[in-house]
Design a protein around this ligand. Structure first.
Ligand SMILES: *Cc1c(COP(=O)(O)O)cnc(C)c1O
Length: 384
């Protein structure tokens, strides 16, 4: 069976975890945590990074930092993972679901403005498959209406937004460095992993001080350990959002190999793309569109079939050939938890991706032989 995902180990994970164990510092915010955070800050220009135990936790921290109160409205794509919405729902927010673009699961920025009113507080763009949302437009809307932007960059490590207006030679900007706050995931299904894990990136100075406090159970412990205060105590709300050093040590082994991992994933992605483009050109399905303002971090390779039936047929044929391809989100506006809280708007593009999108296996250890088998099996469905 070719699995959908197989977590990749660089070989150094156990070594660094052993090191963490034998230095005797097992709780959070130690050497490995600080090493990872400094790496991400320097490489991607995030002002401040805090490792978390998941992206879900990073989003929860973001919702607290945005000071969400009951009744506040948050604009979120419906075609996303539950955590994007859940983090804000826990703070009492009303979720206003945005539709996807017709040709891309990312939210349709042109139709966000109509959703904004005096209660709107935050926009949460999700960079689906690690491909950028149109961040200049989103940030412009946020500035116009005085909103905050939290990027759900769970899938978007080492991916970029390339501004298309103004400067001809605009410099690509790392995803996660543009919104006021951003959340990343190191879940085992993502490009670099620590089993469960995540990170909050803080790009607005106003939030840095409070973020550190919320991170450590509402205490000013981080300041205490830097010697900035001579005792620490309970100063705010928060939770235990920080991972243990054992997790951070695991992550460090992955961080060191980020470029190697990305290169390999992009090779796989390109092999799919080249081989399947002729079928897409014939209209059997569509392959991922990369907007001119986005780069590809090879988080995911997906196809969009013309119908649910066609997708089921494709998934079944792959399964009969020992290949596991999987569909993705069930749009949140029609989830059992949110249906009766949703305002009733129909979101046709989200529904279409719910029914028609299928993800193909993509992981480091996939071989060219595996890829060719998957490609040939897909071709056989369309007798090509
Ligand atoms: C994976 C993912 C999450 C959740 O990440 P965890 O680290 O598992 O909490 C949130 N949003 C999106 C878009 C994701 O892909």
């Amino acid at each position: 069976m070719i699995p959908f995902n197989k977590p990749y180990l660089t070989g150094k994970e156990a070594h660094y975890m052993y090191e963490a164990v034998f230095t005797g510092k097992l709780s959070g915010n130690g050497m490995f945590t600080q090493r990872c955070q400094a790496y991400f800050e320097q490489r991607f220009g995030f002002k401040k990074c805090l490792l978390t135990t998941s992206c879900t936790d990073a989003l929860e921290m973001a919702a607290i930092l945005c000071d969400i109160k009951p009744g506040d409205e948050v604009i979120i794509p419906s075609y996303t993972f539950v955590s994007t919405a859940l983090a804000f729902v826990r703070q009492g927010a009303k979720i206003v679901f945005a539709d996807s673009q017709a040709n891309h699961p990312n939210l349709d920025v042109d139709r966000i403005e109509a959703l904004i009113n005096s209660k709107t507080k935050v926009i949460v763009p999700v960079h689906y498959a690690g491909m950028a949302c149109d961040m200049d437009q989103i940030m412009a809307l946020a500035a116009k209406y005085n909103l905050l932007v939290v990027e759900d960059a769970a899938q978007a490590i080492d991916s970029y937004y390339v501004p298309t207006t103004g400067d001809v030679e605009a410099t690509p900007r790392p995803l996660g460095s543009i919104g006021h706050l951003s959340a990343f995931s190191f879940h085992e299904t993502k490009n670099i992993i620590s089993g469960e894990g995540g990170m909050l990136a803080i790009n607005d100075d106003r939030f840095i001080h409070r973020a550190e406090i919320i991170w450590e159970k509402g205490t000013n412990r981080a300041e205490f350990f830097r010697g900035e205060v001579n005792k620490y105590g309970w100063v705010d709300i928060g939770s235990s959002f920080l991972p243990s050093e054992v997790i951070a040590a695991f992550l460090w082994a992955q961080v060191e190999q980020l470029d190697v991992i990305q290169d390999k994933r992009k090779q796989h992605w390109n092999r799919y793309y080249e081989a399947l483009k002729p079928l897409a050109d014939k209209g059997y399905f569509s392959i991922p569109a990369i907007p001119d303002y986005a780069t590809n971090n090879a988080h995911m390779f997906y196809l969009v079939c013309p119908s649910l039936d066609e997708r089921t047929k494709l998934i079944n044929t792959l399964k009969q050939n020992d290949i596991l391809a999987v569909f993705h989100y069930l749009s949140l506006h029609s989830s059992p938890y949110y249906t009766d809280k949703h305002d009733g708007r129909v979101l046709p593009n989200c529904d279409m991706f719910t029914d028609c999108l299928v993800r193909l296996p993509l992981f480091y250890e996939l071989t060219n032989e595996n890829l060719d088998k998957i490609i040939e099996t897909i071709k056989s469905v369309y007798s090509m």
